[in-house]
Design a protein around this ligand. Sequence first.
Ligand code: FA5
Length: 344
Amino acid sequence: MEKIENQIKSLKQELATALAAAKNEQALEAVRVDFLGRQGHIAKLMESLKTASLEEKRVLGPLLNELKQQITQLYTEKKEALISQILQQQLFKKQYFDVSASLANQTPAHLHIYTQLIQELENIFISMGYKIADGPEVETEFYNFEALNIPKDHPARDMQDTFWLTLPNMLLRTHTSNVQVREMEKQEPPLAIFATGRTYRHEAIDAKHDILFSQGEVLMVDENISMANLLATAKTFLQAIFDKKDIKMRVRTGYFPFVEPAVEIDASCPFCTNGCSVCKKTTWIELLGAGLVHPNVLKCGGINTEKYSGFALGFGLERIAMIRYGINDIRLFHSSKIPFLDQF
Ligand code: FA5
């Protein structure tokens, strides 16, 4: 009996030493197995009680139970202290990482070419006194077509293959011209807005056409707006975007039901005078669809056509970028290819 009592005393001492030495979770688990495990010190002492007399069991039994409780408690306290210490260390590491430390071979981030181009375009039109506008990509048939003088069954709807939604009369806008009547409804003339955004067409994809592309839209409505205002605006815009003062324009008749007369505007090739691969040896580049806003569209936007007239102008954003940077495939814009994006 005395032997077991001594063992109990020295076990407490041993445990204190072992716990103090345990510096991580694995070491602590080893201490637990050593003392409290099925083959551990406590289990062995319990086993040795089996051969003890009844009187010895009465004395040693409670002593051993108390020892087991004490050891369990000391182990639990140590475990909690260790976990909180590990958490503190992790927190410390996170708090004090060096944000300015340089990494080898890092790629600096920059704005996507779309964002850069949109910012540049917006600045050009803001400098001309325009306000930036925005329209929804999920649009009603009304604002995308009917309000723009393209009624149901009009053949001009075939010019823009449409993604129709399962919701009645809803579609993905085929052009940014959907902002025109929305803006007319919002404010009285004078009105000068510029909008960019994503547009969608159910077309075969090739190097020049995508089903998702972006457009820019210019709309001005005021008293006495004429073709002269449209051409002056188009010229200022083309000079700025190609950074070329002596750019020339060529105006051809076009057809868009929402403008009358409708025109297509070509710019003289910014890269050559005698023909090159960009202009396909023609020295001209097709860039803008435009015209004077059709009276039906103005009326639809609640504008007094006796007093006001307007012009509208639209273009493909990718087309501008492709010409400017010599990009030969529109699919690259959405490819997420780092070597392509890194060029801008
Ligand atoms: C229009 O979308 C008219 N809303 C433009 C307009 C506005 C005319 C205001 C008059 C007044 P168009 O369908 O031609 O027009 O498209 C304009 C430009 O969008 C094209 O010149 C081309 O650069 C671009 N575009 C059209 N379809 C695609 C396509 N599938 N992929 C890439 N770009 C396209």
